[in-house]
Design a protein around this ligand. Structure first.
Ligand code: TA6
Length: 266
């Protein structure tokens, strides 16, 4: 509709990336099913964040400040470069502070998203402080995974603790879904595993630079309340997000931080 999309067609995989939001819309390794869920009612006008794909929440995660999940997911990113060889395609998108971002968050920064599309998809968000004073950042690569049936899905290797509605709770390390789940796992392994039993596949999500993994499924009532999600959309998606959930990364002038997530589909 209103957004600019980069399409990747390569022997190893196909993918699509929106410059609005610096947002991966699709990733399908050759011979496999689509790995990324996209809402049938997603808004592609560039007026609101896209429901589905990999929203880039930055420079904070969640509702700690306005706008919720930061401004990166509703900013126009620039296509900086792309490179390709027989292993895949690398796309680099960039965003720097401007009058609009400084009105929301008074810092000078340069952010780059590297998307490595091949047998796997690796997304790395590199944040650099280009100003003269320290800045605190958080964020998330808020990946919506495409699954066959939420009732037959689990997410494991999540560690022994999660935070839900502000409360810390012990965890078995595996999330199953029988209702809304909105949890921050604070002790997750580097690689978490989505068992998508209905599709007879496992997706490994390998994260770095994060201090938590957020697992989210809105379930029916919340999905019905969202204008940009179909009522039964919750049945075929689960979010497993590489996150710095609390703005705990401090960048001194000149410093950089990289948050990444890699989607490995077996
Ligand atoms: O990552 C989970 C979460 O923070 C949930 O609390 C839920 O609100 C979700 O993200 C989606 O947020 P959004 O602002 O895109 O509606």
């Amino acid at each position: 509709d209103g957004i600019k999309v980069v399409r990747v067609i390569h022997p190893k995989a196909t993918a699509a990336v929106s410059l609005f939001g610096g947002h991966v819309l699709s990733f399908t390794p050759t011979g496999k099913k689509e790995t990324i869920w996209m809402s049938e009612k997603a808004d592609f006008t560039g007026n609101k964040a896209i429901r589905g794909g990999i929203p880039v929440c930055w420079p904070w995660f969640g509702k700690a400040a306005e706008p919720s999940h930061g401004f990166a997911r509703t900013s126009e990113w620039a296509l900086n470069e792309h490179r390709e060889n027989e292993e895949g395609v690398i796309i680099s998108l960039t965003l720097s502070d401007n009058a609009e971002t400084r009105a929301i968050w008074p810092h000078a920064f340069h952010a780059e998203i590297l998307m490595e599309v091949g047998d796997t998809l690796k997304v790395s968000l590199v944040s650099a402080n280009t100003g003269e004073r320290a800045m605190q950042i958080g964020g998330a690569l808020h990946t919506y995974f495409n699954i066959g049936d939420i009732h037959q899905t689990s997410v494991s290797e999540l560690g022994n603790e999660y935070i839900e509605a502000g409360e810390r709770k012990p965890s078995s390390g595996t999330a199953k879904f029988e209702g809304e789940v909105d949890r921050i796992y604070t002790q997750a392994a580097k690689a978490v595993v989505i068992d998508d039993a209905a599709n007879q596949r496992r997706i490994t999500v390998e994260n770095s630079g994060n201090n938590g993994v957020v697992v989210w499924n809105p379930w029916q009532a919340l999905a019905e309340g969202m204008a940009d999600m179909e009522n039964d959309g919750f049945l075929t998606m689960v979010c497993a997000e590489s996150a710095v959930y609390d703005r705990s990364v401090t960048l001194q002038p000149g410093e950089k931080h990289t948050l990444s997530t890699e989607v490995i589909c077996k």
